[in-house]
Design a protein around this ligand. Structure first.
Ligand code: PMP
Length: 300
């Protein structure tokens, strides 16, 4: 690609010129919200669900996004088109905007809206064939009554701290518990366990982001013959599961083959995980918004 175009406050600017102020409260305080979205062959998967979550995060922190959801959808589609992308990772950021050094958002007159779309280098297939190692970490998931994990805010330090712990421990991903010891999620992905062909994931009120891939799996699993339910569980349930897998926009569905040194199942990605990854990849074109409808019609 010759040049990457970034949407920044009503304009498309070149990557090198896409700069925000050091007085932006997104930078000074992590005051803002974001979404990570994915396009498959020009189809922006679950765009309306991502927009709903973005606007709910903003509503929760009293951040007034200066566009309607319809306008934001056009901006996102426009950014993908402008960069002539088909398979893309899209980052939408709305920060509180430029203010003074005090934390009070009242000094910020106008939120900043940024959309970045870039071509997505897929995770290597060998990672899906091998599976990930996970380790539980000392840091607990933010309590929902302190800073709700449902607010996808620019303050990701809770998640970054556990990622650092995972790196220190030499594992691929962190297993985050809540303050009562119940399993919540990974640093940036939701967790599922499989036992006797039944699938379980923690209810989000325990302290997990309501992931859009998670919800897609909750829909897809019964269509593929599996019982799935939201249920609290502990590390013991994870250690003794037949299969463990993670879901997220970037990683899709990926097996976990080792947790805290306990081999999960056979120590190789299991059949249910593999089946759900295939079913998920078959579903990604069926739900979303197509960026290039005219070209599609021409091609038929
Ligand atoms: N949990 C956290 C903390 C995340 O940041 C993400 C990534 N957005 C997920 C779960 C997975 O959510 P989704 O499937 O919507 O990408």
């Amino acid at each position: 690609m010759s040049s990457q175009w970034i949407y920044l406050d009503n304009d498309f600017v070149k990557k090198e010129e896409a700069l925000v102020s050091v007085f932006d409260h997104g930078f000074l305080y992590g005051d803002g919200v974001f979404e990570g979205i994915r396009a498959y062959s020009g189809n922006i998967f679950k765009l309306s669900e991502h927009l709903d979550r973005l606007y709910q995060s903003a509503q929760s922190i009293m951040l007034n996004i200066p566009y309607s959801k319809e306008e934001m959808e056009e901006i996102i589609i426009g950014t993908v088109r402008r960069n002539q992308l088909e398979t893309a990772y899209i980052r939408v950021v709305v920060s509180r905007g430029t203010g003074n050094l005090g934390l009070d958002p009242v000094s910020c007159s106008k939120p900043s809206v940024i959309v970045i779309a870039e071509s997505l280098s897929l995770f290597p297939e060998e990672l899906y064939e091998r599976g990930l190692k996970m380790g539980s970490v000392a840091s607990r998931r933010n309590r929902p009554d302190v800073l709700s994990p449902q607010v996808k805010s620019l303050n990701y330090l809770n998640n970054i701290l556990v990622k650092l712990e995972a790196n220190q421990a030499g594992v691929d991903e962190a297993l985050m518990l809540n303050d009562q010891g119940y399993v919540t999620e990974g640093s940036a992905d939701n967790i599922f366990i499989v036992k006797n062909n039944k699938i379980f994931t923690p209810p989000v009120y325990l302290g997990a982001l309501e992931g859009i891939t998670r919800n897609a799996i909750i829909d897809i699993a019964p269509e593929n013959g599996y019982q799935i339910s939201e249920q609290p569980f502990t590390r013991h349930d994870v250690y003794t599961a037949d299969e463990v897998f993670l879901t997220g926009t970037a990683v899709e569905v990926i097996a976990v083959i080792d947790v805290d040194g306990r081999k999960i199942g056979t120590g190789r990605p299991g059949e249910v995980t593999k089946h759900l990854l295939t079913a998920f990849r078959n579903a990604v074109m069926k739900d979303g918004v197509q960026c290039y409808p005219a070209e599609k019609a021409d091609a038929v």
